[in-house]
Design a protein around this ligand. Sequence first.
Ligand SMILES: Cc1cc2nc3c(=O)[nH]c(=O)nc-3n(C[C@H](O)[C@H](O)[C@H](O)COP(=O)(O)OP(=O)(O)OC[C@H]3O[C@@H](n4cnc5c(N)ncnc54)[C@H](O)[C@@H]3O)c2cc1C
Length: 401
Amino acid sequence: MKVLVIGGGASGMMAALTAAEDPNNTVTLLERQNRVGRKLLATGNGRCNLSNIHADVSHYHGEDPGFVRFALERFGVDDTLTYFKSLGLLTVTEDSGKVYPFSDQANSVVDVLRFALERHGVQVLCSREVISIGKKARGYTVKTAEESFYCDKLIVACGGAAGSKLGGTDFGYRLLASMGHSCTSLSPSLVQLKTDTSFTRSLKGVRADAKLTLKQNGTTLLENRGEVQFTDFGISGPAVFEISRYASDRKDLLLLLDLLQPMQEEELCDFLLQKQSGAPEAPLEDFLTGVLHNRLGRVVLQYLGLELSLPASAADCKKVAHLIKFFPLTITGTMGLEQAQVTAGGVPTSEFRPDTLESRRNPGLFATGEVLDIDGDCGGYNLQWAWSSGRLAGKLGGNKI
Ligand SMILES: Cc1cc2nc3c(=O)[nH]c(=O)nc-3n(C[C@H](O)[C@H](O)[C@H](O)COP(=O)(O)OP(=O)(O)OC[C@H]3O[C@@H](n4cnc5c(N)ncnc54)[C@H](O)[C@@H]3O)c2cc1C
């Protein structure tokens, strides 16, 4: 059988390798960039957080997150790590559950996949951008600007629109639309947030371990804990990424940061009062030294409009304690799909079979990874979906239940 895979990213390479395990298949992979796995190289800050041992349905989003269940059960984290080991890749699991290559280099993951594609006889054609697909009486035709291909089974693994500098495009959605599929609205997920930076601009580079409470018109939408990094446009960091999918399509959002989680507000206030009575003449300028990062402490005092050359009063201590526990940031937007790691939304999973990833409209057509309306949490869940879905689609319907 002739199998064609469009997209040499994580899920496409996995799908091609899986399809090539059947000696009756000849497999061709078309990639628009000049090499396969370009986005993979940038994942995990160049370390490639390729999975997470906690991967289950609860870490996925979309109209029907339960869609991932079958693929994850058929080819879960253990299967994935065993598979990569069989390709020659050793991995290490951090306490958080995140899995990385032992080499700590994303290119190790790309390389073992590339070598395996070669060994399995997959024809990899790079710099081939698929511009259209069409249905024949049997099979599909696939066109690039210069060539035309025929296949019995077609796997669309074009990824999502996020991370456009690394190859993210809307091609997959468009190609599938030409075959009668629809697409939900798309929004960025796992992305930095823009905030009002009037007070925080000077904090660029400062990191804080905080509790984040996302509010809309006074109602709490969700809470999260973890590292927040201040930037010149707003905030970044793992804890911010995790709430970003809820911030991307909502307005009137306020984020409250608890900058000193170990202490309750009252306890903190008592501590500050003690600090103040121990050095009643000390100027406010140094009041938060030893409590917060110096620059963060200064911003807290400036936010309250306090005169830094004067000593702290008891009333100041109360206000400062409150602001440290509830530091407000007005969210003004996200850094968009270009900067996002993942696309929330995509081709509705209801249009594909969960047990095979075959199109319900177009038999013999499969879709994998991010092009589908599935996005995962931060921490290796998106790549796990890419591996699991690539593996399932590469079986070409052989798993049908
Ligand atoms: C900066 C960054 C860091 C990330 N870090 C992590 C991480 O550490 N852990 C994690 O789990 N996830 C991470 N992700 C998300 C993860 O990389 C993606 O979810 C995953 O790669 C999706 O796999 P995919 O196969 O669906 O798409 P991709 O890996 O994006 O592959 C799609 C491929 O299809 C090709 N293509 C598209 N259209 C065409 C066409 N018309 N013709 C031919 N080829 C085409 C593209 O060039 C691309 O190579 C990160 C994403 C980014 C942007």
